[in-house]
Ligand binder design. Structure first.
Ligand code: SAH
Length: 239
């Protein structure tokens, strides 16, 4: 069944207007016709069976029929990742969505070689991945900010899993020991964190420095590995 992320409200009988691109996808790619069913979610009202009410030149009109799943949210897990090459950032956003991150925060670090990113493209990737993976919300992707700025304003009740290839603790036991249910994972740029950044991160009260094994991973691989580990150790793979 086709799953579509929509902006508008979902309630019995309510008309839903997908975007023009989504309308084209429904009629031209998927060949849906009036009366056909699909699933829709908006991050607020759960998942709904919706039907194609009308196919107009200016787009498709959908009608909400019945709720099939209550709204739910995954764990409160954010991914904080240094800006790397565009293609790798796109992979990271897609995989983070599949692996259940609630939000992706892009950061600029001392050794970031900022690639030009298109935030609208990253949002579209997150949306498509959420549709495909069956989640009922789409992670936010934030505009890049300086790592220092992010750390200055950090909510100390959110733990930070600092992925540190220069000597973090074994990840599973470190996460289990730290506990807590509000987390973020931090992944550095291809050149790694600078010594000053590493020192600051290790000194913060809310960080848990972890190792992802004896091999140096690319940022995208490290992000996927860290999300997997977190989910398996203390996330919703255990619930
Ligand atoms: N400093 C390294 C490369 C950094 S890899 C070098 O140039 O040799 C990019 C990021 O992935 C790192 O900043 C870290 O956050 C994460 N990472 C990669 N391999 C890791 C490992 N084995 N353990 C923990 N984190 C790792």
């Amino acid at each position: 069944m086709i799953r579509l992320h929509v902006q508008g409200d979902l309630a019995p009988g309510l008309a839903v207007a997908p975007t023009l691109d989504q309308s084209r996808y429904l009629t031209q790619v998927m060949r849906l016709k009036a009366g056909d069913d699909l699933l829709a979610f908006n991050g607020r009202h759960g998942e709904w069976r919706v039907s194609v009410a009308e196919v107009l030149k200016k787009g498709v009109v959908l009608r909400s029929e019945e709720q099939v799943r209550e709204q739910n949210h995954g764990p409160d897990l954010e991914l904080v990742v240094a800006v790397v090459k565009k293609a790798r950032v796109e992979t990271i956003v897609e995989k983070a969505t599949e692996l259940g991150a609630a939000r992706v925060r892009l950061v600029l670090t001392h050794r970031t070689n900022a690639d030009r990113l298109r935030l609208d493209r990253l949002d579209a990737i997150a949306e498509e991945a959420a549709e495909q993976t069956g989640r009922l919300d789409v992670p936010l992707v934030d505009d890049p900010v300086k790592l220092e700025t992010l750390l200055d304003g950090w909510d100390a009740s959110r733990r930070l899993m600092f992925c540190d290839e220069t000597g973090g603790a074994p990840a599973v036991s470190a996460l289990t020991a730290a506990g807590g249910d509000k987390w973020a994972i931090l992944i550095g740029p291809e050149g790694g964190f600078s010594p000053e950044e590493g020192a600051r991160l290790r000194a913060l009260t809310f960080t848990t420095a972890v190792s992802l094994g004896p091999r140096i991973l690319r940022a995208d691989t490290a992000a996927i590995a860290a999300l997997t580990l977190w989910q398996a150790a203390i996330g919703d793979w255990e619930r």
